[in-house]
Design a protein around this ligand. Structure first.
Ligand code: SF4
Ligand code: SF3
Length: 537
């Protein structure tokens, strides 16, 4: 195996013997083979689309497959074998008598042993001999995985965008070709454009289905009832769980990225949605332990479970871990009764926090505050907005983000989304004339809110986004953050700082291009970065 798709990868070599994340080498290789099979399926699907055939099954499979290879979501080799076999079925169904080599892929016609042997030949090193081309292809691939994740969530709620689908197909096909670096770069930027569309689609899907997020004080305290903890990003799973737990005496708590759900009007009507428990994903071992009740993992980030809670851990959707009970959807419904029964026999959660925090600053609420923000900017009360969206993670270097937010002058406002916020959302940074200094737009899935806000502020002031008193200090961990970064670059946002380290898959040549054209740079120390980002301390 060789995997370097996330920030935790072993520096210098990538993960080559099992992942730092806990992914085994055979699972990592099967993920590579699944991606390889998608390249062939994309070619077959493009042809079917040109022949005006219905390709919804193919798109569904491509979307789920891309999502399933994200860091920290699915660790089970059986799942990936099943998905590779499904690629084969779909390719065969589309082949219409044509030879399999026409689709440039023979990966799926193997038994398990054959698959594992083939898998060893289709990893990232096979993408190109040229370091820069390989780097651009990896950047595209990780962007496509992020795109798959966001599109999966939108599709679950019944939303579709043919342009996003077309790009997914074309992007996958480009991975199977050796083009010029300029051509591969144009696919990378195309992925950013598809990301902008897809995030807007997901925003529409979430807000039309669950209402516009409202400014909400979310309790981090616990009640005396037994509870179920739900984590990940899937709002429909939360909806089903809340429906099925209503009137049972079991409370539901959100964890990690599910915190954002507490701001949606539809979920607020459930009294037994008790608030949020804990922090970002990397603290799950201790927090799932002290929660005492069952935990439902709907998406990433799932870490290999500790023994103290593995028998009360459940996965659903694309998430999976060998030996952990998985709740499948049957006839459009997920049956959570086993989880509810288990919860009733468990103790209430052990408290972690004794406070509440404000959330719900999605595009509509921030735009509602836009006049106040603009007034505060023109009066000098707010000197700078700093976008600190992105991921949290295990690396000790991430303490930087807490130190950075504490060091920010009191006339700065943080715009955030994603689990990165847990580094500073409990610091009590206060407000500026009623504008909270941490405006939390929601999940990483809600990053488009930040873009809409930036564009609106630019429009209202007659400035470009790059002329606004706005700085970007983004933290990345996994591949959805790659897509968000590409979306920002595609929108013309310049001088983005990323950390806690630069992606290992970006070659020196590609880094030079990103730096010269977009001013993309790595973070360093808090003091130095304040200076670079024009923040007067
Ligand atoms: Fe390593 Fe990250 Fe890949 Fe896991 S997902 S194997 S930690 S690079
Ligand atoms: Fe977090 Fe995984 Fe990226 Fe959704 S839950 S932002 S890391």
């Amino acid at each position: 195996m060789k995997c370097r798709q996330c920030e935790e990868t072993i520096k210098g070599s990538g993960c080559t013997k099992n992942g730092v994340c806990g992914k085994t080498s055979d699972t990592a290789e099967l993920q590579d083979l699944l991606i390889y099979s998608l390249e062939g399926l994309a070619i077959a699907t493009k042809k079917a689309k040109n022949d005006r055939k219905n390709t919804d099954r193919q798109i569904e499979h491509i979307t789920e497959s891309l999502f399933s290879t994200l860091s920290n979501i699915n660790y089970t080799r059986e799942y990936f074998v099943k998905m590779i076999d499904r690629s084969r079925e779909l390719i065969r169904g589309q082949r219409g008598g044509r030879s399999k080599t026409e689709y440039g892929v023979d990966c799926a016609d193997y038994d398990y042993v054959g698959k594992t042997l083939k898998a060893k030949t289709v990893g990232i090193d096979s993408l190109s001999q040229d370091e820069d081309v390989r780097s651009l292809k990896e950047l595209l691939l990780y962007g496509l995985k992020g795109l798959g994740a966001y599109y999966y969530h939108a599709r679950v709620l019944g939303y579709r965008d043919p342009e996003v689908e077309d790009f997914m197909i074309d992007g996958l096909i480009s991975l199977s070709k050796e083009l010029t670096p300029e051509e591969h770069l144009s696919y990378v930027m195309g992925c950013g454009a598809a990301g902008v569309k897809c995030m807007a689609l997901l925003d529409m899907a979430n807000t039309e289905t669950y209402g516009m997020p409202e400014i909400t004080d979310v309790s981090l305290r616990v009640r005396n009832n037994p509870g179920i903890l739900i984590t990940g990003h899937d709002l429909r799973d939360l909806e089903e769980l809340l429906e099925q737990t209503a009137g049972t005496g079991v409370d539901v708590y959100t964890h990690g990225e599910m915190l954002a759900a507490n701001a949606y009007p539809i979920f607020k009507k459930y009294d037994h949605l008790a608030g949020n428990y804990g922090n970002a994903w990397q603290r799950q071992k201790e927090e799932f332990d002290s929660f005492n009740g069952p935990i439902l993992v709907t998406t990433n980030c799932l870490a290999p479970p500790g023994r103290s809670y593995s028998n009360r851990l459940f996965t659903t959707g694309v998430a999976g871990f060998s030996g952990i009970k998985h709740i499948d959807e049957v006839n459009g419904r997920k049956d959570f009764s086993e989880i509810i029964r288990l919860a009733r026999a468990c103790r209430p959660p052990t408290p972690i926090d004794d406070m509440s925090i404000p959330i719900g600053f999605a595009r509509s609420t921030v735009l509602g505050l836009a006049d106040n923000i603009l007034d505060a900017i023109s009066s000098g009360a707010v000197k700078r907005l700093v976008v600190m969206a992105g991921c949290d993670g295990r690396s000790p270097e991430r303490a930087y983000y807490t130190e950075f937010s504490e060091a920010l002058p009191k006339d700065t406002v943080i715009l955030t989304a994603g689990c990165a916020k847990y580094r500073y959302n409990k610091l009590g940074l206060g407000d500026i004339g009623g504008i909270p200094r941490v405006l939390d737009a929601g999940q990483c899935n809600d990053c488009s809110s930040l873009v809409v806000v930036a564009l609106k502020l630019a429009e209202a002031t007659g400035l470009s986004v790059n002329e606004l008193p706005l700085s970007f200090n983004i933290s990345w961990y996994e591949q959805k953050a790659c897509l968000v970064l590409l979306a920002l670059l595609q929108l013309g946002v310049k001088d983005i700082m990323i950390g806690p380290t630069l992606p290992q898959f970006v070659s020196q040549g590609v880094l030079k291009v990103l730096n010269e054209n977009f001013g993309l740079k790595a973070n360093s120390t808090v003091a130095e970065d304040m200076r670079i980002l024009n923040i007067d301390v």
